[in-house]
Design a protein around this ligand. Structure first.
Ligand code: BV8
Ligand code: ZN
Length: 258
């Protein structure tokens, strides 16, 4: 349901969030759009003119490691000097006004952590991590120091790779299980800034709904999930998330005065 008047929708959403014991939030590239990070599938996005299978797969890296490395170096370059926006900060503040929040992201841009959200479940890894192609070594990068050429592992000398999950690769099993458990147990699921096209992340909201959650989608565009959600805000996340957190804070405060 997309409420005709935003204030009605904000009231409905706030009532649901105020009554919730556990809240889950899944974010996608859209929450970082207002920070200036290109999304994947919107015009001018990362995949514009590129096919994901040409660049974000283990086969692509085996076929042409330098080209894939350059794609990620270009994305790291884009991210340098990028900051979290009001949407990221609102989700960090949400932890103060709901009993339990599990934040799950498909994003690899680290902006939730930079907005002081902690315990973020990163389903698709992190762009600021290099991982060894042979052993388990991982290097967390300082944005100022990443290498334009493919580095080699300090432990075993094998090639390093970007610490992200490519298409055709399994997600980190512990992270995925935590995300699935939290989605099944939550009372409200916020789905923010994702086209809901990538599996298995796109199954979390339906899993939440199957288990009785009230599902709220925040996305200016319709997605395959839109017909299934309980409430839709066709608004930018940087605009509506702060409104929801502020309305919830006021509601909490007014209840405390009774
Ligand atoms: C797996 C890291 C098991 C790398 C990424 C056929 C059918 C179904 C599934 C498949 C299939 N063929 C293959 C698959 C599986 C595949 C998949 O789902 N493919 C899709 C494309 C069909 N999935 C996998 O391979 C996954 N692994 O399934 O393992 C397995 C194992 C072995 C063999 C087979 C299977 C791994 C998927 C992970 C891929 N890695 N990222 C990198 O970053 O380079 S995915 C990539 O897409 C990003 O992580 C990104 O986050 C993610 C999803 O995209 P979104 O975040 O939703 O971004 P998008 O641009 O699409 O949408 C942005 C939205 O924001 C838009 O709707 C827009 O309207 C909105 N928006 C814009 N501005 C705002 C906004 N919203 C709010 N506010 C705003 N201001
Ligand atoms: Zn190694």
């Amino acid at each position: 349901m997309t409420a005709s008047k935003p204030e009605t929708a904000v009231n409905i959403a706030t009532d649901q969030l105020a009554a919730a014991r556990a809240v889950c939030c899944l974010t996608g590239a859209g929450i970082s759009a207002e920070s200036g990070v290109p999304t994947f599938r919107s015009p001018g996005g990362f995949w514009a003119g590129r096919r994901p299978e040409d660049l974000a797969t283990p086969e692509a890296f085996l076929r042409n490691p330098q080209e894939v490395w350059q794609f990620y170096s270009w994305r790291r370059e884009l991210l340098r000097g990028i900051h979290p926006n009001a949407g990221h900060f609102a989700l960090a503040a949400l932890t103060e006004v709901v009993p339990q929040l599990t934040l799950i992201t498909q994003n690899v841009d680290d902006l939730h952590r930079l907005a002081d959200s902690d315990g973020v479940l990163e389903l698709h890894g992190n762009l600021w991590v290099d991982r060894c192609t042979r052993c388990t070594r991982e290097n967390r990068l300082n944005p100022a120091e990443y290498s334009a050429t493919i580095p080699h592992c300090d432990d075993c000398c094998a090639m390093m790779r970007p610490g992200v999950i490519w298409f055709g690769e399994s997600l980190p099993i512990k992270t995925l299980q935590e995300a699935q458990n939290a989605s099944a147990a939550c009372d409200v699921m916020l789905v923010v800034g994702t086209s809901s096209l990538v599996h298995p992340a796109n199954a979390l909201a339906t899993w939440a709904k199957t288990n009785g959650a009230f599902v709220i989608e925040i996305n200016p565009e319709e997605t395959p999930l839109s017909p299934l959600v309980d409430l839709r805000f066709a608004l930018p996340s940087g605009e509506i998330l702060p409104q929801l957190v502020e309305a919830l804070r006021l509601k909490r405060r007014s209840h405390e005065t009774f």
